[in-house]
Design a protein around this ligand. Structure first.
Ligand SMILES: CCCCCCCC/C=C\CCCCCCCC(=O)SCCNC(=O)CCNC(=O)[C@H](O)C(C)(C)COP(=O)(O)OP(=O)(O)OC[C@H]1O[C@@H](n2cnc3c(N)ncnc32)[C@H](O)[C@@H]1OP(=O)(O)O
Length: 224
């Protein structure tokens, strides 16, 4: 079984997909603003109740067909394409900072800024967020290297707290392979001081064998 990395959308449907992605991105942006306002507000209980009623009303407008659990959204490509609802890179996810990723000669670089919604210690990023950022960058580096895999081991080292509301730089790169195992490393720094590691990580990813891949991802299109 050969699983190609995701291709850009076919020309016929490209315009529709672009419009859909733009709308998803816009809703994600507004939802992130809502999350940010929610975790910062000092509004009265009355106001919070009123807003909760309004949000419930808005949620009720997202009707129609709901994506099944293992279904890959039409706006996405997997593996290796856009992930609109990823909690890390998804422009449509209010959970995502979101991270913007660019390839380099030696892996991938991600840029993002964490907000108060991602807080661990007051004023600093949650350690689980750092793990999520690095897992994603290293995982995507595996895919970009042509060896997509699932994380089986993730070792984190927290050297200094990650400041919130500060542009961050996340690096992920593949350091080696051994059959289906891919070894990766990653770092988080601020964009202003990329030579001071705040968090570093090492991880092992495994490319599942074809039977396991089919079982795990029934929505994945195969090429003969
Ligand atoms: C071709 C398409 C492939 C598609 C897959 C790619 C998808 C990703 C693509 C795009 C995403 C972009 C970004 C995502 C980033 C975030 C990533 C995540 O969040 S991943 C979610 C969390 N991780 C899990 O849920 C995994 C749970 N684990 C499993 O399902 C299994 O462990 C699995 C399928 C990954 C492997 O199971 P086995 O049965 O095939 O592998 P065994 O035979 O146990 O091990 C193979 C070799 O690896 C070693 N190994 C196993 N665990 C190890 C470990 N922890 N450390 C070191 N080596 C280990 C073993 O000793 C063995 O080595 P020896 O061949 O004997 O030399």
């Amino acid at each position: 079984m050969h699983i190609p990395l995701a291709e850009p959308p076919a020309a016929a449907g490209a315009e529709h997909l672009e419009q859909q992605q733009a709308a998803i991105t816009r809703l994600g942006h507004e939802l992130r603003a809502l999350v940010e306002a929610t975790v910062r507000t000092a509004a009265s209980a009355d106001t919070l109740h009123r807003v909760a009623d309004g949000v419930r009303h808005v949620t009720g407008q997202l009707t129609g067909r709901r994506r099944a659990r293992t279904e890959i959204p039409e706006v996405d490509g997997f593996p290796g394409g856009p992930r609109m609802y990823s909690p890390v890179v998804g422009a449509g996810s209010p959970l995502a900072p979101p991270v913007r990723i660019t390839p380099t000669d030696d892996g991938l670089i991600g840029h993002c800024t964490l907000g108060i919604a991602h807080e661990g210690p007051p004023g600093y990023g949650h350690g689980g967020m750092s793990a999520m950022l690095l897992d994603e960058l290293m995982g995507q580096a595996c895919t970009a290297a042509g060896t997509p895999g699932l994380t089986v081991s993730l070792q984190m080292r927290y050297h200094q707290p990650i400041p919130l509301e500060t542009p961050l730089r996340i690096v992920g790169r593949v350091t080696g392979t051994d059959k289906r195992k891919i070894f990766a490393a990653g770092t988080i720094t601020t964009q202003a001081d990329p030579s001071t590691d705040l968090v570093t990580a090492d991880a092992v990813f495994i490319t599942p064998d074809p039977d396991r891949t089919r079982a795990l991802f029934p929505g994945l299109e195969e090429e003969a």
